[in-house]
Design a protein around this ligand. Structure first.
Ligand code: BES
Ligand code: MN
Ligand code: ZN
Length: 493
């Protein structure tokens, strides 16, 4: 875990702070908070002069680091953009930009106000700012043995206003996102299905949840023929992981989260080309999101019952691996013709979704999966695709996506698409019409395994990782899904 971990609200005035850097934000055009104005006065109009000289305009994520020689020796100015366009996302970005700039300048302690408190409300603004700061400071350094001294900011002290509940929520959620990023960043020889199971047990213990892990023999005997068919080529032991959190009444229907946990996707016998195949260690980002969600649940203890399922295995070629044309039976009894062993995510999810539908009848069921390359063609790395059977659930997911900056865009699951996944000789096949609507075909296939449970599928193949630095998402795995889901629980809870 390499990220900012110490965050506090100080009752003392900023003037007494001894942090390496004091941070103040400014709207475009020069509007400052009352703390900003006081800082400006104390240091000989330093902000006013920076604005007059044209060195600092206050554009979104613009920064200027100045030396004041005060008890906090430096002052960081952060731009917030237009005042009337301020959103929680802008505040989250400001937190991320702050952590990144201060960290890369080699400083370790920060004292800051929370931007946008007045307009957005104490709890919301504090949560967003803290989330941004933690997420922006995140680096994956576990395997660096030489450049060990890459610095991570050590502490953030909020010196003006701020909400303690907002701080706690922001910190717990952001750290859960960092867990998801870490699990994704670890290579497949470390982040194995067994490792995911161990993380699940640890989280369950810390949050008073139950955790059940089924091995290959157990889930095969139970009838998870689709999941078992993907795991056949793998020597690395596969795991079916179940976690249950009870924060609601007995008998109250749970909210279910399901994750695709392919810890490495070679494609199997329908093997992938070797270029960028290393990125297929990220094919468990759905599972990582679900573990992140459960870690945040353990820390925040929300009301309601929550259940999580992860189907974890490698997808490997080999003498025992499934072959194109093979037919298998899923947990709900439906037969599947496997026409391409590289469309394995939908196979493992078919059993996980069937299992939860049958044994837990969830109020809602949401799955996260890096399911199709086609979603990157459709939406790039900017939004996840969402599909499902329940209007209210989908609308809520889109809303939660807007609030958290983890945007989701709906694709249709019309009957024509569902017809495309019908097989000539089995009930369904794991491919749609060739070259058409690949992301929807994935969703249409999954729909055959959810029964009448209100369900949504998020294809996160484009959003789970990206090689571009953003204000609070460094290049690499993003941990997408965690923040969206906690917001979703708020909306529907
Ligand atoms: N894990 C991949 C999807 C993927 C590809 C995610 C590239 C991120 C980047 C998935 O298992 C897969 O291989 N899907 C196939 C489906 C096809 C065979 C119908 C794909 O997208 O090519
Ligand atoms: Mn695949
Ligand atoms: Zn895959």
């Amino acid at each position: 875990m390499a990220q900012l971990n110490k965050i506090q609200i100080s009752s003392k005035d900023w003037t007494t702070s001894k942090a390496d850097v004091l941070t103040v934000s400014m709207f475009k055009g020069g509007a400052l908070s009352s703390m900003g104005r006081a800082v400006d006065r104390r240091f000989g109009k330093i902000i006013t002069k920076a604005v007059k000289s044209g060195d600092f305009k206050g554009k979104s994520n613009e920064t200027l680091l100045l030396f004041t020689g005060g008890s906090s020796a430096r002052l960081l100015l952060i731009g917030l953009g237009e005042r009337k366009e301020l959103t929680v996302e802008k505040v989250r970005e400001a937190g991320g930009t702050m952590a990144k700039v201060i960290q890369s300048a080699g400083h370790e302690t920060i004292a800051s106000e929370v931007p946008g408190l007045k307009k957005l409300g104490d709890a919301e603004a504090t949560q967003a700012f803290v989330e941004g700061a933690v997420l922006g400071s995140y680096r994956f350094l576990n395997y660096k043995t030489v450049e060990k001294d890459a610095k991570i900011v050590k502490s953030l002290t909020i010196v003006e206003g701020g909400s303690r509940t907002g701080l706690k929520r922001g910190k717990v959620i952001a750290q859960a996102v960092c867990l998801a990023r870490d699990l994704a960043a670890h290579p497949s020889n470390v982040a194995t299905p067994s490792r995911l199971a161990r993380e699940a047990r640890r989280i369950a213990r810390s949050g008073g949840m139950t955790c059940k892990v089924l091995n290959r023999d157990q889930f095969t005997k139970m009838g998870m023929g689709a999941f078992a068919s993907v795991a056949r080529g793998a020597d690395e032991p596969p795991k079916f992981i179940l976690m249950e959190y009870r924060g609601g009444k007995k008998g109250e229907k749970p909210f279910a989260f399901v994750g695709k946990g392919i810890t490495f996707d070679t494609g199997g016998i329908s093997i992938k080309p070797s270029s960028k195949m290393d990125e297929m260690k990220y094919d468990m980002c759905g599972a990582a999101a679900v573990l992140g969600i459960m870690q945040a649940v353990a820390g925040l203890k929300p009301k309601g019952n929550i259940i999580a399922a992860i189907a974890a295995t490698e997808n490997m070629p080999g003498g025992r691996a499934s072959k194109p044309g093979d037919i298998v039976k899923a947990y709900n009894g439906k037969t599947i013709e496997i026409l391409n062993t590289d469309a394995e995510g939908r196979l493992v999810l078919a059993d996980a979704l069937s299992y939860l539908s049958k044994h837990h009848t969830p109020a809602y069921m949401v799955n996260f999966a890096t399911l199709t390359g086609a979603v990157i063609v459709a939406l790039g790395h900017v939004a996840s695709a969402v599909m499902g059977t329940d209007e209210k659930l989908i609308k809520s997911i889109i809303k939660a996506g807007e609030a958290t900056g983890e945007r989701a865009w709906e694709l249709p699951l019309w009957d024509e698409y569902c017809d495309d996944v019908k097989s000539k000789i089995a009930d369904v096949k794991n491919l749609g019409a060739p070259g058409q609507a690949g992301t929807i075909a994935g969703g249409a296939f999954l729909k055959a395994f959810v029964g009448d449970i209100p369900w949504a599928h998020l294809d996160i193949a484009g959003t789970a990782w990206w090689n571009k630095d953003r204000p609070y998402v460094p290049s690499g795995p993003s941990g997408v899904g965690v923040r969206l889901s906690l917001e979703l629980l708020n909306i529907l809870g």
